[in-house]
Design a protein around this ligand. Structure first.
Ligand SMILES: CC(C)(COP(=O)(O)OP(=O)(O)OC[C@H]1O[C@@H](n2cnc3c(N)ncnc32)[C@H](O)[C@@H]1OP(=O)(O)O)[C@@H](O)C(=O)NCCC(=O)NCCS
Length: 203
C-alpha cells in the first residue's frame, strides 16, 4: 500500500551546513523496533536539557507519532514527532538529528513530513518549544507569547499528564525545562475543499 510518509533513499542537499558532502538517507514512520535507537539519539540532547528526557515506555506509547531518518545502512540518524493536542493543534517535539549528520537536510526532511502529516489530519496550528529559532523560522514558525488556546481548552489540557503539554501550558513545575526556550507557532494554510484531510488517506 502506498504510504505518503515513505520515501526512497534520498540525497540531502548537495553540501551540508558544515560543508561536508551530502550522504543518502530516508525518512519513514517509526516502528517499535526503532525505540531504543530513538532513545539513544535523544539522550544527549535530554542531558543538555535541549529536549525532554523520557522513559523508554513513553517512547513505545508514542511511537506512532514519530518519523525517523535512517542512513544507507539502516542506522537511525534522526527522529521527530507530531503530538496532537487539540482538534486544530499539534506540537512538533523530540526533533533530533545525530550530531554527525547535523546540517545535511535531515531535520528539514523530518519536519516537512511532520507538517505534511499535520495538514493531512486537518490541523491548523503547529506549536514548538525550541532553542532552534532560526531553523523553525525557516519553515514559517513565528515566536509567540503565552499559550494560544482559550480558557476552556486550557482547563481541559490541564488534565493531561504529559510533560510536553505542561510545557505548552507554561506550568510552574516544568519551568526549569523551558528556561531559554522560545515558544513558536506555525499557522497551516486552510486546506480548502477537495483536499486529502478526512478522505481516508494514510496518515
Ligand atoms: C535543529 C535540528 C533538528 C536541525 O537539523 P539539521 O538536520 O541540522 O537541519 P537541516 O540540515 O535540515 O537544515 C535545514 C535548514 O535549516 C538551517 N538550519 C538548521 N539549523 C539551524 C540553526 N541552528 N540556525 C540557523 N539555521 C539552521 C540550515 O542551514 C538549512 O537551511 P537551508 O535549507 O537554507 O540550507 C538539529 O540541529 C538538532 O537535532 N538540534 C538539537 C535538538 C533540537 O533543538 N530540536 C528542536 C526542538 S524539538
Amino acid at each position: 500500500m502506498d504510504d505518503p510518509d515513505q520515501q526512497p533513499l534520498a540525497s540531502a542537499a548537495t553540501t551540508g551546513r558544515h560543508g561536508r558532502p551530502s550522504q543518502q538517507f530516508r525518512v519513514r514512520p517509526a516502528l517499535p523496533r526503532d525505540v531504543t535507537q530513538i532513545r539513544d539519539l535523544v539522550q544527549p540532547y535530554a542531558e543538555s536539557r535541549i529536549l525532554i528526557a523520557k522513559e523508554l515506555v513513553a517512547y513505545y506509547e508514542s511511537v506512532q507519532e514519530f518519523v525517523v531518518a535512517e542512513d544507507a545502512t539502516g542506522r537511525l540518524i534522526g527522529c521527530g514527532a507530531l503530538h496532537v493536542m487539540w482538534s486544530d493543534l499539534a506540537e512538533v517535539r523530540t526533533l533530533a538529528v545525530l550530531p554527525t549528520w547535523v546540517g545535511h537536510g535531515v531535520g528539514a526532511t523530518i519536519l516537512q513530513q511532520l507538517l505534511d502529516r499535520a495538514a493531512r489530519m486537518g490541523l491548523r496550528r503547529v506549536f514548538c518549544l525550541t532553542f532552534e529559532v532560526d531553523f523553525f523560522t525557516g519553515y514559517g514558525f513565528r515566536p509567540i507569547a503565552g499559550t494560544p488556546v482559550d480558557g476552556t481548552v486550557y482547563a481541559e489540557l490541564l488534565r493531561s499528564h504529559d510533560d510536553g503539554v505542561a510545557e505548552f501550558l507554561d506550568l510552574a513545575r516544568v519551568k526549569p525545562n523551558t528556561l531559554g526556550n522560545t515558544r513558536m507557532l506555525l499557522e497551516l494554510p486552510d486546506p480548502g475543499p477537495g483536499t486529502d484531510a478526512g478522505s481516508g488517506t494514510t496518515l
